[in-house]
Design a protein around this ligand. Structure first.
Ligand SMILES: O=P(O)(O)OC[C@H]1O[C@](O)(CO)[C@@H](O)[C@@H]1O
Length: 398
């Protein structure tokens, strides 16, 4: 299938735009949050101050000569972007670079006592321990009595809306209040998703946030394994702390323990997950490319093969969506099938809308959203989508 002509890349240099506000305001706020998260000593505090100045007013500087991943980052663009303002580069690139530099500042990669200490862990644990997580886990008790199709829908909706990280399970995928001008689910290919699960093979889930998104992701995984909808899951997580709350292997382990320690039905989901991990039927994978500043169009060969051999790859969240379709100003009616045509296997996007990038909407939906909300619907996290391309990577009809 031909890919559509590429729309312009999103950059951070347009004052008043969402990408600009992330670079100019959100990143400084994250640096302040990290300063307060642990009693870092004078060295890391000075490095955080330097990063604050660099990311807002400076230019991209190479990683230190001894950095373990300097060559990799040079290949990913650091060599050619050195000396340029963060604001003039692809937004996706500058955001990823920010998290790499932040970890450098707090000594995450350097040998020593602070090596491997996740600066976002206090916030992640707060969320995992929150009473809302208890309520969401308690909601599983009511699912047991539902017909299987309703349970499927509830667990899929939990994983989808978990990306907003402020909702419990919804029994219907809709949920918009009466009188709303547009549904909160702006594209719903969920039937095509269920049709992709043949009862065997491997499902890849490209995870997004830890805590209250990862918990419902794991519950959906437990359900699919337990119901025999799939026989193995590879859970792609980040190799290091990223975008504040993105899930790492440590976060998966915290979440599995949290689910297993909960009362009621949740504990049995926890047992399914624990056992699946011990048997190699639930495999966490932390590939370096998962934190790359690049779109999935540039997947390395090993990941291409892995996604090609999966029965389906589920791509969670806003950032992964931007990487899946390309971080570009697509007209929102650009077909999802076209922008994902080069993905190596069937793919499902489960995402709440938190950035300007969107594809695959029908013209009437876009018109209604614009009329009701201006452009807020694109970034507010109040709308979501389930989009499926079942044919990519598969031979077409003769
Ligand atoms: O957790 P999610 O759904 O990937 O969202 C992360 C989001 O954070 C932002 O990058 C802002 O920093 C969004 O635009 C982005 O895509």
């Amino acid at each position: 299938m031909p890919t559509p002509p590429a729309a312009p890349l999103l950059l951070g240099n347009e004052p008043g735009s969402f990408p600009h506000s992330v670079l100019a305001e959100r990143h400084p706020a994250i640096i302040r949050q990290v300063r307060d998260s642990f009693p870092y000593g004078p060295g890391p505090r000075r490095a955080l101050d330097a990063l604050l100045a660099n990311c807002t007013r400076g230019v991209v500087e190479p990683l230190p000569a001894g950095a373990h991943d300097r060559d990799r980052w040079d290949d990913w663009g650091a060599a050619s972007y050195a000396g340029r303002s963060w604001f003039d580069l692809p937004w996706l690139w500058s955001e990823s670079w920010f998290y790499r530099c932040l970890l450098e500042a707090v000594g995450y990669f350097a040998p020593g006592a602070w090596q491997g200490v996740d600066p976002f862990r206090p916030a992640k644990l707060r969320e995992l321990d929150a009473p809302e997580t208890d309520r969401e886990l308690a909601a599983l008790d009511a699912l047991a009595d539902l017909p299987p199709a309703d349970r499927d829908r509830a667990l899929l909706a939990g994983s989808l809306w978990g990306n907003r990280a402020d909702l419990g399970f919804r029994l219907s995928a809709g949920g918009t209040g009466p009188g709303a001008a547009v549904p909160d689910l702006v594209a719903d290919d969920s039937d095509a998703f269920w049709a992709l699960l043949p009862g065997s093979g491997t499902l890849c889930l490209v995870a997004d946030n830890a805590g209250r998104e990862l918990v419902p992701d794991l519950l959906l995984i437990a359900h699919l394994l337990e119901q025999g909808r799939i026989d193995r899951v590879v859970l792609h997580v980040k190799p290091y702390p990223y975008y504040v709350s993105d899930a790492t292997t440590a976060d998966v382990l915290d979440a599995v323990r949290r689910i297993g320690a909960a009362p009621g039905a949740a504990a049995s989901y926890g047992r399914v997950l624990w056992q699946a991990m011990t048997e190699g039927r639930l495999v966490p994978r932390a590939h370096a490319f998962s934190a790359a500043p690049l779109p999935f169009a540039e997947l390395p060969g090993d990941l291409r093969e892995e996604f090609a051999s999966a029965v389906v790859t589920v791509v969670k969240g806003d950032l992964n969506y931007r990487r899946l379709v390309g971080d570009r100003r697509w007209p929102p009616t650009t077909p999802f099938a076209d922008v994902t045509a080069r993905f190596p296997g069937p793919v499902v996007a489960l995402r709440t809308l938190k950035s300007d990038v969107v594809t695959g909407l029908d013209p009437a939906t876009v018109k209604a959203l614009d009329a009701a909300e201006g452009s807020r619907w694109r970034t507010g996290g109040t709308h979501a989508l389930i989009q499926v391309n079942a044919t990519c990577g598969r031979p077409g009809p003769e």
